[in-house]
Ligand binder design. Structure first.
Ligand SMILES: N[C@@H](CCC(=O)N[C@@H](CS)C(=O)NCC(=O)O)C(=O)O
Length: 229
């Protein structure tokens, strides 16, 4: 198989799985077992020196970084966004990079503050407080922007990114989730409603044990193999 997705259930690889199954591209998967910290193994780091999931092997070489993989898929296969020169490409790039370069890193700070400041509880609290504020701003911006390059009936790579970010915010990280209620963001809510009905979501539910309504009623996964954390 010339396309291989290295994944862990409900990790950022889920975004790529949704993209691949929407495109209809044949691929195989290799589980990265997070319970054994396989993402840190020497063999995995040969593919992805950051030790992060996903990694995607392609006929053009091995890719990592979710945004880069999505952009490569658009450029090589279309379907999930406009190719270079197509109408809407500029807006597509802007919002894809906003998700990958701004929202996703803020979420990582919320979930893994220790990666930045170590185990000091006060420092970790400051980081998570700041990340929460940043994410509130980010989601308010996405709420306003929906319907430009994402949020329509035909999902783009940005819809996959946004739906997964919203899902993870609801079920991972610090328990205090009062800061974000999807009901206050009707356009983002609508993306989640559509996301539950995407054909690719049905495939992901089975492959990763995501539960019956992974985007409107997210719950921690019960995967057939591997672990989310
Ligand atoms: N910038 C990376 C971030 C990927 C990322 O943070 N992956 C998480 C899972 S969602 C991971 O691999 N965590 C394992 C770890 O931190 O050891 C990307 O966009 O692919």
């Amino acid at each position: 198989m010339s396309h291989v997705l290295h994944y862990a259930p409900d990790n950022a690889s889920l975004i790529i799985r949704l993209a691949l199954d929407t495109i209809g591209l044949a691929y195989s998967t290799v589980l990265v077992d997070r319970s054994k910290r396989e993402q840190c193994s020497a063999s995995y780091r040969k593919l992805n020196p950051n030790g992060l999931i996903p990694t995607f092997e392609t006929p053009d070489g091995t890719l990592f970084e979710t945004g880069a993989i999505l952009l490569w898929l658009v450029d090589t296969h279309g379907v999930i966004g406009p190719k270079a020169g197509d109408e809407g490409r500029a807006a597509f790039l802007k919002w894809l990079f906003f998700c990958a370069n701004t929202v996703h890193p803020h979420m990582q700070l919320l979930f893994y503050p220790d990666k930045l400041v170590g185990d000091d509880p006060g420092l970790k609290q400051s980081v998570t407080d700041g990340a929460r504020r940043a994410l509130m701003r980010d989601f308010a911006i996405l709420e306003q922007a929906a319907n430009q390059a994402f949020g329509d009936d035909t999902p783009t790579a940005i819809d996959f990114y946004v739906a997964c970010l919203l899902r993870w915010c609801a079920i991972y990280g610090p328990d205090n989730r009062d800061w974000f209620t999807l009901a206050h963001s009707p356009r983002l809510s609508h993306i989640c409603k559509r996301a539950d009905a995407w054909p690719a979501t049905e495939i992901a539910i089975r492959a990763e044990g995501l539960g019956p309504a992974p985007f409107t009623a997210p719950q921690r996964p019960n995967p057939p193999e591997g672990s989310a954390l």
